[in-house]
Design a protein around this ligand. Structure first.
Ligand code: 3PG
Length: 396
C-alpha cells in the first residue's frame, strides 16, 4: 500500500521513516542525495496537512546516545533542501519526543533524534516499537536503503500502525522489479568491486537470473586465477578458486554467459598515474597488478550491452578512484548511459561505490534508476527478502 491508500492526511501524525545516513565531514553533509530523494514525500505529506515526524538512524552508536552520531547537524541541509523549517526533538521516544510532536501544527515537519540511541531499535524490541508508535497515527516507510535491517523503526512499526510505502520506497521497488524480477530480456549484470568473498551469494543468485554476467574489478582476478592464469601481484583470493569455479559451472548450467576480462591495464604501483601497460590476461607480468580492464575487454562489454535490454550494475570494473585506472568503468558507464538515453536499455545501478563511479563518469543522472541503497541493494541482488519491505507487504 502506498500513500495513495492512506486516506486524508489532514491533521494526522505521520511517522515517516527515512534514511538520513549520509556522508558527513567536519559536521557538514558532503553528499545530500539521500536527503534530496525524500524531499518530495515530505512535501507531499506536509502539503496534505499531515504532521511529518521523521524517524531515522545515523551511524552505529550501539544503543547509547553518542554526540558524534546525532542527527542534529543534518538539520540545516534538510531544511534547506525542503525550503521550509524543520523542528528537532532531542529524543525519538519518551517525554522529549511527545513534547516536540505535541507542538506540531498541520503541515509542520519534525526530525527526531537517532533511533539507534536506543538498544530496542536494533533488537526490534516490541516495547520500543510501541514507544515510537505512540507519536504517530500512521507509518510510512521511505527507507528502502535500510530495509535489509529488521529494526523497530524499519520493521516493527509496520506491525503496529497502518503502514504504507513512501514514494522513494515505491520508486526503488519498481526499478528493482524492472531490473531482475520481470525485466526486458536479455539481461546483463555487471558486478565489480574488490572481493569475491563479499559477493558470493550475489553472484550465485545472478547466474540463475541474468543472461550475461560481466565480472570485473579485483574479484575478476580470482576467477582468472581459477582458470589457471597467473595474475602476478594482483588482488586475488586464491582460497576462493573453488568457489569461483563453482559459480562458472553454475553459469554454464543456467545458460548465463560469463564475461571475464581478456586484457587488462597493469601497473607495478597502486597509485594514480603509475606507469602502466595493457596486456592480455595470459601475459600479466609476475611483478605487476591488474588495476583495470583493457580496451579489448571494454569493447566486448560494450558489445554485450548492445545486445541487452536491461542492465543491472554493482561495483566498479577497476581502481576507478585512480586515473587512468578509471578508464574501463568510465567508458562502459558512458556507453550504458548512451544506450539508456537512446531508449534501448533499462539501466539500474546501486551500491555505494557504484554510484560514486557513475557520478565520476558524469552519467549518474543518465541511468534509468540509481538506487540510494548500499547494503540493501546488495541483499536484493542476493535474492534475499528485505524485512522492511516484507513488513509492508504483509499489510497487503
Ligand atoms: C546504509 O547506509 O546503507 C543504511 O543506512 C544502513 O546502515 P547500516 O549498515 O548501519 O545498517
Amino acid at each position: 500500500r502506498t500513500l495513495d491508500d492512506a486516506g486524508p492526511l489532514q491533521g494526522k501524525r505521520v511517522l515517516l521513516r527515512v534514511d538520513l545516513n549520509v556522508p558527513m565531514e567536519g559536521g557538514r553533509v558532503t553528499d545530500a542525495t539521500r536527503i534530496e530523494r525524500v524531499v518530495p514525500t515530505i512535501r507531499e505529506i506536509a502539503d496534505a496537512g499531515g504532521r511529518v515526524i521523521l524517524l531515522a538512524h545515523f551511524g552505529r552508536p550501539k544503543g547509547k546516545p553518542d554526540p558524534k552520531d546525532s542527527l542534529k547537524p543534518i538539520l540545516p541541509t534538510l531544511s534547506e533542501k525542503l525550503a521550509r523549517p524543520v523542528a528537532f526533538g532531542e529524543d525519538c521516544v519518551g517525554e522529549a519526543a511527545a513534547k516536540a510532536v505535541a507542538a506540531l501544527n498541520d503541515g509542520d515537519v519534525l526530525l527526531l533524534e537517532n533511533t539507534r540511541y536506543h538498544a530496542g531499535e536494533e533488537k526490534n524490541d516490541a516495547e520500543f516499537a510501541r514507544a515510537l508508535a505512540e507519536n504517530g497515527d500512521l507509518y510510512v516507510n521511505e527507507a528502502f536503503s535500510a530495509a535489509h535491517r529488521a529494526h523497530a523503526s524499519t520493521e516493527g512499526l509496520a506491525r503496529l500502525l497502518p503502514a504504507y510505502a513512501g514514494r522513494l520506497m515505491q520508486a526503488e521497488l519498481d526499478a528493482l522489479t524492472k531490473g531482475l524480477e520481470s525485466p526486458a530480456r536479455p539481461v546483463i549484470a555487471i558486478v565489480g568491486g574488490a572481493k569475491v568473498s563479499t559477493k558470493i551469494d550475489l553472484l550465485e543468485n545472478l547466474v540463475a537470473k541474468v543472461d550475461m554476467l560481466v565480472i570485473g574489478g579485483g574479484m575478476a582476478n580470482t576467477f582468472l586465477h581459477a582458470q589457471g592464469k597467473d595474475v602476478g601481484k594482483s588482488l586475488c583470493e586464491k582460497d576462493l578458486a573453488e568457489t569461483a569455479q563453482r559459480i562458472l559451472t553454475a553459469a554454464k548450467e543456467k545458460n548465463c554467459t560469463i564475461i571475464l576480462p581478456a586484457d587488462a591495464l597493469v601497473a607495478r604501483e597502486f597509485k594514480a598515474n603509475a606507469e602502466n601497460e595493457t596486456v592480455t590476461v595470459d601475459a600479466v607480468p609476475s611483478d605487476a597488478m591488474i588495476l583495470d580492464v583493457g580496451a579489448s575487454s571494454i569493447a566486448t562489454i560494450d558489445g554485450a550491452i548492445d545486445e541487452a535490454r536491461t542492465l543491472v550494475w554493482n561495483g566498479p570494473l577497476g581502481a576507478f578512484e585512480l586515473t587512468p585506472f578509471d578508464t574501463g568503468t568510465v567508458a562502459v558507464a558512458r556507453h550504458a548511459a548512451a544506450r539508456t538515453k537512446a531508449g534501448q536499455l533499462v539501466s539500474v545501478a546501486g551500491g555505494g561505490d557504484t554510484v560514486a563511479a557513475l557520478n565520476h563518469a558524469g552519467v549518474g543522472e543518465d541511468f534509468s534508476y540509481v538506487s540510494t541503497a548500499g547494503g540493501a541493494f546488495l541483499e536484493w541482488l542476493e535474492g534475499k527478502e528485505l524485512p522492511g519491505v516484507e513488513a509492508l507487504r504483509a499489510k497487503g
